[in-house]
Design a protein around this ligand. Structure first.
Ligand code: GTP
Ligand code: IMP
Ligand code: MG
Length: 343
C-alpha cells in the first residue's frame, strides 16, 4: 500500500484578502502538488498571483494556475459562475487540467441582480457577485447544478472521488479556502458575513474530504488587517492614517477601498482555535517593515520584523512557517524544514 500523505488546507485568518493567492501559488510551484482544489463560497473571491513581473487575477480557478502539472479542481460546495470560469479557463489555456464537481451550484444573472440592490448591497455591502442569492436558492433546492449546464460539460466530474483517490494514492493535495474566518456565516461578525461557513472544516466539507485526511491547516494572516464591506473592524484606522501607513488597498473583485487596522492578536488567536491551525503564513511583512522587502531568509530580516514574528509565534503558539516579503511568488521565506528539525 502506498504511503499516505494527507492533504493541507489553507484558510484566511481575518476578513479575506490575507494574500492566500500568493501563498498558494508559492506552494504550488515549490511543492508541486498533484492537485489544488477550491473550497469556499464562489466568485466573490479575488486572488492575485504575481510571477516574473506579471500579475494574474483569479476568481474561480485555484491559485496554483502557474504550475502546469497541477490539476485544478472545484469542490461541490463552491458556487460556479460559468461565464467567469470559462473566461479563466480560456485566459490560462487550462482546459485539460480543470475538473469541477457535477454538484457545484450555478450562479445565474438573476442572482447577481438580487445581490446588487436592497439589503445585501446597502446593509451588508456584499461583493455583488450573486453568491448569497445563489446559496439561498441552493438551500431552497431550486438552484441549477453544474451537470445541468451544457457549456460546462467538458469539465464536470466527481471531484470528491478524485481527490480522495489521489490522497489514498499518496499524492500531495492543497485544499484552497477563500474569504476569511471572520466572514464565516457561523463564526464571523454576523450579519456582516458571507453566505457560508469558510473555516477549515467547511472547506473540507465543500470538497468532500473527511477530517482524518487532513494533516495540516495553514492559516494565512496579513501583517495588518483589512476589511471590505460593512461590519465591525477592531482598531480600525481612519482613511488618512491608512494611506499614511501605506496600507491602502483596493479590492480585486469590486474595486472598493479596503478599511484597515493593525494586526490583531486576539482575533488571530480565535482564528487559530476555530481552524485548528497547525502552521501560520504571514504576508506583506515588507509593507510594515520596508527593509524586509524581497528577503528570502529569516536571518536577513530587520530586527523589528524578527521580533514581530516571534511575538506572533509566542502569542499564538503555532509555528510561523512561511513569510511573504513581496508580491512575487518567490519573495518568500520558507521555514518549514527548520521548524521540522526544531520540532
Ligand atoms: P486572498 O483573497 O487572500 O487570496 O488575497 P489576494 O491574493 O486576493 O490578495 P489581494 O487581491 O488582496 O491582493 C493582495 C495584493 O498584494 C496583490 O497585488 C498581491 O500580489 C500582493 N501581495 C501578496 N503578498 C504580498 C507581500 O507579501 N508583500 C507585498 N508587498 N504584496 C503582496
Ligand atoms: P458576499 O460574500 O459577496 O455575500 O459578501 C459578504 C461580505 O463578505 C462582504 O462584506 C464582502 O465584502 C465580504 N467578502 C466576500 N468575499 C470576500 C473576499 O474574497 N475578500 C474579502 N471580502 C469578501
Ligand atoms: Mg482576495
Amino acid at each position: 500500500m502506498a504511503i499516505k500523505m494527507p492533504a493541507m488546507v489553507i484558510v484566511g485568518g481575518f476578513f479575506g484578502d490575507e494574500g492566500k493567492g500568493k501563498i498558494i501559488s508559492y506552494l504550488a510551484m515549490k511543492d508541486n502538488p498533484s492537485a489544488t482544489v477550491r473550497g469556499g463560497v464562489g466568485p466573490n473571491a479575488g486572488h492575485t498571483v504575481v510571477y516574473e513581473g506579471k500579475s494574474y487575477k483569479l476568481r474561480m480557478l485555484p491559485s496554483a494556475i502557474l504550475n502546469k502539472q497541477t490539476k485544478l479542481m472545484i469542490g461541490a460546495g463552491v458556487l460556479v459562475n460559468p461565464d467567469v470560469l470559462l473566461d479563466e479557463i480560456k485566459t490560462f489555456n487550462a482546459g485539460s487540467r480543470v475538473l469541477i464537481d457535477s454538484q457545484c451550484a450555478i450562479i445565474e444573472n438573476i442572482h447577481i441582480e438580487r445581490d446588487r440592490g436592497g439589503y445585501l448591497k446597502e446593509r451588508i455591502g456584499t461583493t455583488g457577485s450573486g453568491t448569497g442569492p445563489a446559496n439561498s436558492d441552493r438551500v431552497l433546492r431550486i438552484a441549477k447544478i453544474a451537470k445541468d449546464i451544457d457549456s460546462l460539460k467538458d469539465y464536470v466530474g466527481d471531484v470528491a472521488f478524485e481527490v480522495n483517490k489521489l490522497i489514498d494514492d499518496g499524492a500531495l493535495i492543497i485544499l484552497e479556502g477563500t474569504q476569511g474566518t471572520f466572514l464565516s456565516l457561523y463564526h464571523g461578525t454576523y450579519p456582516y458575513v458571507t453566505s457560508k461557513d469558510v473555516t477549515a472544516s467547511a472547506i473540507c466539507s465543500d470538497i468532500g474530504i473527511g477530517p482524518k485526511k487532513v494533516e495540516d491547516v495553514l492559516i494565512v494572516f496579513k501583517s495588518y488587517v483589512t476589511r471590505v464591506g460593512e461590519g465591525f473592524l477592531p482598531g480600525e484606522l481612519s482613511e488618512e492614517e491608512t494611506i499614511k501607513r501605506g496600507w491602502r488597498e483596493v479590492a480585486t473583485v469590486t474595486g472598493r477601498v479596503r478599511r484597515s487596522a493593525p494586526f490583531n492578536f486576539e482575533l488571530a488567536k480565535r482564528a487559530v482555535m476555530l481552524n485548528s491551525a497547525t502552521q501560520i503564513a504571514l504576508t506583506k511583512l515588507d509593507v510594515i517593515f520596508p527593509d524586509a522587502r524581497g528577503k528570502t531568509s529569516f536571518e536577513a530580516l530587520p530586527k523589528d520584523a524578527k521580533k514581530f514574528i516571534e511575538d506572533i509565534e509566542n502569542s499564538l503558539k503555532v509555528p510561523l512557517s512561511i513569510i511573504s516579503t513581496g508580491p512575487e511568488v518567490f519573495d518568500t521565506i520558507d521555514r518549514r524544514s527548520q521548524l521540522r528539525i526544531m520540532a
